[in-house]
Design a protein around this ligand. Structure first.
Ligand SMILES: CC(=O)SCCNC(=O)CCNC(=O)[C@H](O)C(C)(C)COP(=O)(O)OP(=O)(O)OC[C@H]1O[C@@H](n2cnc3c(N)ncnc32)[C@H](O)[C@@H]1OP(=O)(O)O
Ligand SMILES: O=C([O-])CC(=O)C(=O)O
Length: 377
């Protein structure tokens, strides 16, 4: 019998020097450096450059990259107007997909696929995702779009554009850590989609637009918003245990748990849980954190033996929510971080490109013949 790798599980299709994951032990490294060290000591800007370059940057390289990002934060006025004209009912990820595609129309380099062009476009996309997502959020909330500032970090400037207020150093740092944790994750569905598009020698904007579409689904990046829906449905911590037991009894999936690669705790979920706990204890306010604690316990007790543990989406929403961000923007924020991984992975694959084209076992009709429309019953 032909072996089918359903969902391409375990299929190795390329080599990469960017990200390593040991799913059974819950280990994640970028360039060999543990994710906990990136979260503790680095910044989103530095990790993005390290992924694009395949090595840790020097101080001068990082300063030049940072300046380049800052200089590219603004988006065309026409795009701001277009975003403001989107119907309010449009989901932010729909808006992001359309806005990034539209942005490409203003980029004279958009159709170029040389390494140098891909790199220039990547830097612009990393910088401009932030401005686009903030503009989408402000417009949906009926508020004026806030122009980017060049004296703030990537994380700080995003929060500033989103809320119209300069964030505290603590808020900026927390958000920066969340961006670092989400920046890259090997051959996940959206990165794979970006690479599949790029493998046809298509352009960078097409790769990224395809990736946004893949990230949007609730089995991937959309799970962070779905977790928040679940928390709102549970309402109070006392109801969490019965709620999860009922879902599991009904063989329904719990959002924010389970992962194709991790069969143990996702290390990023541990970092985010620690921050969520600190915020909850300090502010004494987070019902959400207490509900998640209970859900985690029930899930690990009941289906941990199947390798189902909290993933990165499980605690990220509480962190964003503590920063005052609405749940509709959680998945675009995932994209705000993952754009670096998409671009770096596309560039890495493009250096040794081969068209991606898997196959299916044919199980349809054989020996059939065309029947004229009028003769069909
Ligand atoms: C950033 C990210 O993309 S991280 C993932 C975000 N997605 C989510 O949080 C959505 C919820 N999780 C899931 O749907 C899955 O765990 C996925 C899609 C992430 C990975 O799934 P897969 O590797 O395809 O595993 P699959 O869906 O085949 O499940 C395997 C078994 O685990 C169970 N399982 C998997 N995830 C869950 C879950 N979230 N809740 C309950 N049971 C689950 C399945 O029911 C199945 O059980 P069975 O063998 O008894 O039928
Ligand atoms: O790797 C995956 O399958 C999902 C993903 O993007 C992540 O966990 O960050």
């Amino acid at each position: 019998m032909t072996n089918i790798a359903k969902g391409l599980e375990g299929v190795l299709f390329t080599e990469s020097k960017l990200t390593f994951i040991n799913g059974s032990e819950g280990i994640l490294t970028h360039l060999g450096i543990p994710i906990q060290e990136w979260a503790q000591s680095s910044t989103f800007e530095e990790l993005s450059l390290a992924l694009l370059n395949g090595q840790l940057p020097s101080a001068a390289e990082l300063a030049a990259f940072d300046a380049h990002l800052k200089a590219n934060r603004a988006i065309p006025e026409k795009l701001v107007e277009e975003i403001a004209s989107f119907p309010r009912t449009v989901a932010p990820m729909q808006a992001l997909r359309t806005a990034v595609s539209y942005l490409g129309l203003f980029d004279p380099q958009a159709e170029e696929t040389s390494e140098a062009a891909r790199r220039d476009i990547s830097i612009r996309l990393i910088a401009q995702f932030s401005t686009i997502i903030a503009a989408i959020a402000r417009s949906r909330e009926g508020q004026p779009v806030v122009a980017p500032r060049s004296d703030l970090t990537h994380a700080g400037n995003f929060l500033y554009m989103l809320t119209g207020k300069e964030p505290s150093a603590e808020q900026t740092r927390l958000f920066d850590i969340a961006l670092v944790l989400h920046a890259d994750h090997g051959m996940n569905a959206s990165t794979f989609t970006a690479i599949a598009t790029s493998s046809t020698l298509s352009d960078m904007y097409s790769c990224v637009v395809s990736a946004i579409g893949a990230l949007k689904g609730p089995l991937h990046g959309g799970a962070n918003e779905a977790v928040m829906d679940m928390l709102d449905e549970v309402g109070v911590p006392e109801k969490a245990e019965a709620y999860i037991n009922a879902k599991l009894d009904a063989k329904e999936k719990i959002m924010g748990v389970g992962h194709r690669v991790y069969k143990y705790f996702d290390p990023r979920s541990r970092v985010l849980r620690d921050y969520a706990e600190v915020v909850a204890n300090k502010e004494g306010k987070s019902n959400y954190y207490q509900i998640l604690e209970t859900i985690e316990k029930v899930v690990v007790d009941r289906i941990g033996s199947k390798g189902i543990y909290p993933n990165v989406d499980f605690y990220s929403g509480t962190v964003y929510s503590d920063l005052g961000i609405g749940k509709e923007y959680f998945t675009p924020i995932f994209a705000l971080a993952r754009i670096s991984g998409w671009c770096a992975s596309v560039m890495e694959y493009a250096r040794d490109n081969r068209l991606l084209r898997p196959d299916a076992v044919y199980t349809g009709a054989t020996d059939a013949h065309y029947v004229k429309l009028q003769d069909r019953i």
